[in-house]
Write a new protein. Structure first.
Length: 329
């Protein structure tokens, strides 16, 4: 962790809860995000891990004020650059979105308009938000596409999204997110459609933005291999709750929550040879009826009666009644 991270939490999420109406369930409510908290420092890349349905993407949408009915933010605080975002008027939120906080979608189709050329959609925000001339915006867009592995031919800006490959669309969507130099980038599985060389290009670009310009990055993923190459710290989500947090190298070497171990066991590790593998079986379950006690207990090989009855609090970075290292497992 560098000095910049220690000084300034660029983003501080506290006790965030986002629920969805679930009229066909007994409880009537799906608790997709249920008391989540973490911080991202200036110039820090924080990995937010979890399997599908853990609440990662809903958390990102909540930060951007994009939770829509039947969902609603029911509790918590989201402070960004010293300002509370919860309760912000939509007109003010529009100024934050794109200009100060950018979201890179997993699916570039969600970001790119199919009937506009790349030039039309990439240059619009820098002109509107930064007051650049059309020529300066095109120059900036062409340079950024170059950094992202597009060759120097400025003809890219005349193309429509359907004239690009999947990987090119994904990088164009990333360029669109970065063009206004946001303070914070929420990157939701941004490298899924890319081959390994281009993954390295994207990782290197975001790492440089973080270290040279102080950009904070929330790297939302289930891919530990890529996360290790970019993030310094990690937060692990399970069933809408934070179950473990800490330096990524430490979590990788010596995870304390059985679910974190299960995530890492999906990729064999030379440093933990000899530890029993904990491949996760089944799924986390239904957010309208999370299991009692520890939500991981139906899948946990170490569960006991206390685990099924009492929900463990997050203490010293882990939410588990029997953390692995302390229990000698
Ligand atoms: Fe497993 Fe119990 Fe820890 Fe939950 S609290 S992860 S069930 S040992």
């Amino acid at each position: 962790m560098n000095a910049r991270e220690l000084r300034t939490p660029l983003l501080a999420v506290r006790d965030l809860a986002v629920h969805f109406d679930a009229p066909h369930s007994a409880s009537g409510v799906a608790r997709a995000v249920d008391g989540v908290g973490f911080e991202v420092g200036e110039g820090e890349v924080l990995a937010l891990f979890g399997e599908s349905g853990s609440g990662k993407s809903v958390t990102a949408r909540a930060i951007l004020g994009l939770v829509e009915r039947p969902g609603r933010l029911v509790a918590g605080s989201i402070r960004f650059a010293g300002r509370e975002l919860v309760g912000l008027a939509e007109s003010d939120y529009r100024r934050v979105r794109g200009r100060e906080i950018a979201l890179v979608f997993q699916d570039p189709a969600a970001a790119l308009n199919p009937v506009l050329t790349l030039g039309e959609q990439l240059c619009e925000a820098p002109r509107a938000h930064l007051g650049l001339t059309a020529a300066a915006a095109r120059e900036r867009a062409t340079a950024l596409l170059g950094e992202l592995g597009f060759d120097g031919d400025s003809g890219w800006l005349a193309r429509f999204p359907h004239q690009l490959s999947g990987g090119q669309r994904q990088r164009a969507a990333l360029a669109q997110a970065l063009l206004c130099e946001p303070k914070l980038v929420l990157a939701d599985e941004p490298t899924t459609a890319l081959d390994p060389t281009l993954v390295a290009t994207v990782v290197e670009l975001l790492r440089r933005r973080a270290s040279e310009r102080g950009t904070g990055v929330l790297w939302i993923t289930h891919d530990l291999r890529v996360a290790r190459s970019i993030a310094s710290r990690a937060v692990v989500l399970y069933a809408g709750r934070v179950v473990e947090t800490g330096p990524l190298a430490e979590l990788s070497r010596s995870p304390r929550h059985p679910y974190t171990r299960a995530l890492f066991d999906a990729r064999p590790s030379a440093t933990r040879r000899g530890s029993p593998l904990l491949a996760p079986q089944g799924s986390a379950g239904d957010p309208s009826a999370w299991p009692s006690g520890c939500r991981f207990h139906p899948r946990c090989p170490f569960a006991d009666a206390a685990c099924a009855a009492i929900e463990p609090a997050l203490a010293r970075g882990v939410a588990c009644h029997h953390p692995l290292a302390e229990a000698g497992r």
